[in-house]
Every structure is written in C-alpha cells, then in structure tokens.
Design a protein around this ligand. Structure first.
Ligand SMILES: [Mn+2]
Length: 357
C-alpha cells in the first residue's frame, strides 16, 4: 500500500546527506558528541515519544528507530494501544518498526526519547506510567520544548529547532547512518507539520536545508501532503464541523477559542487520539493573537491547546494551569469538564493578553 513511498529510483543518500557536515555551520549546528555516543552505544533501545503523538513525535521516533536498526542494534518503538490517530496510523505502517513489548521494555539497555518535555509525558502506556520503568538505565532525551525538564541521563534540547524531526535529521547525519526514503518521509512529515507547512516563526534556513536533504533522500512530498493534509476521515471532518460551530471570539477580538465536549467527540466518531491540530480553526481567524481549544477526550479531563501569534507567547499562560510546551504552542490538562475549564481559563486569557500590546 505504501508503494508510493518506497518505489522509484532508490537514491544513495548516505554520501550526499553526510556531506551536510561540511555545510555552513549556521545551517547544521553540531550535534553534541555525548548524544551520538550514548545513542550509538545501545544495542536494544526502546525509542519513545510523547503521549497523544503528533506527526513530529511519530516521525522523529520512528525515523531514529529505523536509522539505528542494523546488525547489532535492534530498536523497538513504544506505541501503546489506542494512542494513534486515524490520520497518522500510516506513518507507523510506513516505518514498520517492531512495536516494543513488555519484554522489550524489560530487556532494553536504554531509551531514546524524542519530542517529549517531561518524564510523565513519555508515551509508555498506562500501566507502565506509574512504575519506575527506566530502572537506572541510560535515557537520551532529544527535544525542542522550552519547558523540557532535562529528565534524561543525556539531554539535547534545542528550543529554537523547528521540530524534533529536524533534530533527528541532524542526529542521524552525525551518527553516520544512511537516510532511506522511508526515514526521509517520516522526518519530513514531522518537520512539515510542526512548522504548519513551513509557515511558523520557528521555520529557519536550517529547516529548509533539512527538508531539502530529506526530499533528496526520497521523502515523498506529494503523498505526505495528501495523507497529512488532504485525507481526512469522515469522522475527523465531522469533528471539525463541531470545532467551527463552537468557535467564539472575545469582545476585543484578539482571543478566540473553541471546544468539543466528550459527547461531541464521540458523536463525530472520534476519540481523544484524534484531537491534533483542530486548534488551527480558532487560530486561523484574522486578528486573533491567542487561540485556545478545549476538548474532553477523556471523561472529566479537559485538554487545552494554546497558540499565540505575533508578539503573543502562551507558555506562561499554560504554565498557570500546570501545563507547558513551546513559547507560542502550549498545552495543559484540567480535571474537569469543558464548560468548567472554559470558565476558569477564558477570563485569565483575556487578562493575560493585555501585557502584549
Ligand atoms: Mn514537536
């Protein structure tokens, strides 16, 4: 089914991509040596990303797992049941990396965690979540969240990076591993979605450089665009209708928000795993500088996505509600229903935005 990704002239990316090492350092800043050494020392790592994985989480996790796979290294990827959105399942099929079993977690000689700011955000499954699953083993943390707690034994955190996938690209190049067309597509998916199609302030020359190298290595731009942006299921489409219909704007027009109650999510045929980038609906309104999306994917738990644009940063606002993330893209979870969460957060958001004139 994924022939479009894997057929065609197989490029020989290794030399080409490796040549990025001699590129202007502003485009490909060095990867810390201890990060490469720590990852390459592992023989059976479990590679992990964040809960409710988006394309950057999945793409960087699966891309790194594939790149490290060779004689003497057999990585697995942590993909707990029920965590995948309908739209992103194809990335897992494309990668075809073995899914980590309980045995793999037990026998792992270390962990590589991508795109994940805090230990409790590791997507390791409910039952493992409360236990000490790391058990003193090496954990390499590669991430671009400003709120990263550096919970690894080795940490490489680049807040200015567009995506974890861009860091994964740099890591793979530095590790001297070839970039196959599958790896290229996985990383391209992460970079292109985390930058909203190369349109956010985090998109820099290094981002286009990485994307260009990935296209050279075989990333299937058109197929990925179709799968990620133009292939909504009917249920996802129906959920979007709800998000549009529920969109509200504050009096000063600078703040917009929308919501979906648990009942609305179920009625559309979706689950918590399908809540991904619907925040872009309230965010897309002209003049909106602070957008929020409230969704009750799990009963009694309302997830809030915050987005800021222009001069408005939102990570501190998310922090007030126990959340975190990036300067202009953050999240939090409140232990209550949607209406109650809105009543708590909206007045604070209207106050909060006044500091940005
Ligand atoms: Mn990311």
């Amino acid at each position: 089914m994924w022939h479009r990704f894997v057929t065609g002239a197989r490029v020989e990316p290794a030399n080409d991509v490796t040549s990025t090492r001699t590129s202007p350092s502003s485009l490909v800043p060095a990867v810390p040596e201890d990060v490469v050494c720590a990852c390459c020392a592992l023989t059976k790592p479990v590679v992990i990303a964040h809960v409710v994985p988006d394309a950057d989480a999945l793409g960087s996790m699966l891309g790194v797992a594939l790149a490290l796979t060779r004689d003497g290294c057999t990585p697995t990827a942590s993909i707990p049941e029920g965590c995948l959105s309908q739209r992103l399942t194809f990335l897992v099929e494309l990668a075809n990396v073995p899914v980590a079993t309980d045995g793999d977690f037990e026998n792992a000689d270390g962990f590589i965690v991508l795109d994940t700011a805090k230990a409790p955000r590791c997507n390791v499954g409910k039952k493992r979540h409360e236990t000490d699953w790391v058990k003193g083993r090496p954990l390499i943390n590669i991430d671009h969240h400003g709120t990263n707690t550096k919970f690894g034994t080795t940490n490489w955190i680049v807040e200015s990076a567009s995506s974890a996938a861009e860091l994964a690209f740099r890591f793979i190049v530095e590790a001297g591993r070839p970039i196959t067309p599958e790896i290229a597509s996985l990383l391209y998916a992460g970079i292109s979605t985390d930058t909203l199609g190369f349109s956010l302030p985090t998109t820099g020359a290094s981002t286009f450089f990485a994307a260009g190298k990935l296209v050279e290595a075989g990333a299937d731009v058109a197929s990925l665009g179709e799968k990620l942006g133009r292939s909504q299921t009917q249920s996802e489409f129906d959920l979007l209708r709800v998000i549009y219909a529920n969109t509200q704007r504050t009096k000063d027009k600078r703040v917009a928000y929308s919501f979906a109650t648990g009942e609305e999510i179920i009625a559309a045929g979706c689950t918590a795993a399908d809540i991904d980038d619907q925040i872009n609906v309230p965010r897309s309104l002209d003049g909106v500088e602070l957008a929020m999306l409230f969704t009750e994917g799990h009963k009694g738990k309302t997830r809030i996505n915050f987005r800021g644009s222009g001069a408005v940063t939102v990570v501190a606002l998310a922090g007030e509600f126990g959340g975190g993330g990036h300067a202009q893209a953050a999240g939090a979870i409140l232990d209550c229903g949607v209406k109650e969460a809105i009543a708590k957060v909206l007045p604070r958001a209207e106050e909060f935005i006044k500091q940005f004139e």
